[in-house]
Design a protein around this ligand. Structure first.
Ligand code: PEP
Length: 344
């Protein structure tokens, strides 16, 4: 069961609900979103029903949820969520959610100041509203470039500042979470860490949006359970990212599961974006898969850009150069209104 609080519910109202639930031997997990707080209940549903929680002050609704992911599984009403990235007292933040189509773009790996600034400018000029770049990287290959670490975070933050774009970057270790959060506006949990519960615990305790990529071999339910784990720690600002799953088809590194977009939207209120580059590993497939993502209802896409893809230290074959990202941007501009989306 999920208790949806009214927008003006106070801490005292929330505490009163929790304490009543605990009196029945149940557990209550609070998740504070930007527009509403919801409380997921775990325990005996019949006993919860007898509590008449709907009548309590500050309670907007009590919804029976039969899925195991109660906080993120809340379907309409009250509707799909929007996550705002880079929100401050003076900035509203960049929205990811219904009605908009958000372009996250940047260098797969931060290699140098020059390369990152150029990639950031390419991303901004193409209409990206979030700058994504990797400073801490873990790959399947032990020979791959592992990133510049904190120096990379500094460069990324400077490039974000110069272009005015909030930054998104991956965190791979629990011990780095505080450090990365000090530079980033949104923390990415990569596919290989989707079920790293210590990491999910750490990002779940921070007041920062999380981009949770789907594990390469994860079912949609396992992915939503990972999101639930974050939400149970109090952080409901989660954006899901479909990045392809392993199938028997060897033509691409992963098979983009485009059906995951509408499927997730039927199961969860969380925004979902698509990463066509890591699924396909090929820049010529990025544009058609991006169009497919938009047409399927995704809330945005994540694209790798590089000023000189041929010399990229990581994932060059899937990175877009100047002409490619301009073509992609123009395709989005034309298709987004058809899908009732505006560029974020
Ligand atoms: C990435 O986004 O940089 C990345 C490595 O993707 P994934 O975790 O999906 O493999």
């Amino acid at each position: 069961m999920v208790v949806v609080m009214t927008p003006d519910a106070t801490d005292a109202h929330i505490e009163a609900v929790i304490s009543r639930v605990r009196q029945t031997g149940g557990e209550a997990f609070v998740s504070r979103g930007v527009h509403r707080t919801i409380i997921g209940l775990v325990g005996d549903v019949d006993r919860f029903r007898a509590l008449n929680l709907r009548r309590m002050a500050g309670v907007a609704d009590v919804i029976r949820v039969s899925t195991p992911y109660k906080l993120v599984g809340l379907a309409r009403p009250p509707g799909r969520s929007t996550v705002f990235v880079g929100r401050t007292d003076t900035r509203p933040g960049v929205p990811i959610g219904p009605g908009v189509f958000t372009l996250l773009a940047g260098p797969c790996a931060v290699e140098s100041l020059e390369q990152t600034f150029e990639a950031a400018e390419m991303a901004r000029a193409a209409g990206a509203t979030l700058l994504r770049g990797g400073a801490f990287r873990r790959h399947s290959s032990t020979l791959a470039f592992e990133g510049l670490g904190e120096a990379g975070l500094q460069i990324l933050a400077e490039a974000g500042h110069a272009t005015g774009l909030p930054v998104v970057t991956e965190v791979t270790e629990v011990g780095d979470v505080e450090l990365v959060a000090g530079y980033a506006d949104m923390l990415q949990v990569g596919a290989r860490n989707m079920q790293n519960y210590a990491l999910l615990d750490a990002v779940g305790r921070l007041p920062k949006p999380v981009l949770l990529k789907r594990g390469i071999q994860a079912t949609i339910e396992e992915w939503l359970m990972a999101a639930e784990y974050i939400a149970q720690r109090g952080n409901l600002d989660i954006v899901l990212c479909e990045r392809g799953i392993r199938t028997f088809e060897p033509a691409t590194p992963a098979t983009l599961d485009i059906s995951a977009v509408p499927m997730v939207q039927s199961l969860s209120h969380l925004p979902i974006i698509v990463d066509p580059a890591h699924a396909s590993g090929r820049r010529d497939l990025v544009l058609p898969l991006s169009r497919a993502a938009l047409a399927a209802g995704a809330d945005g896409i994540l694209i790798d850009v590089h000023p000189d893809p041929e010399s990229a230290l990581c994932d060059g074959p899937q990175a877009l150069g100047g002409a490619d990202i301009r073509e992609l941007a123009s395709a989005i501009r034309r298709l987004a209104p058809v899908m009732d989306r505006r560029n974020a």
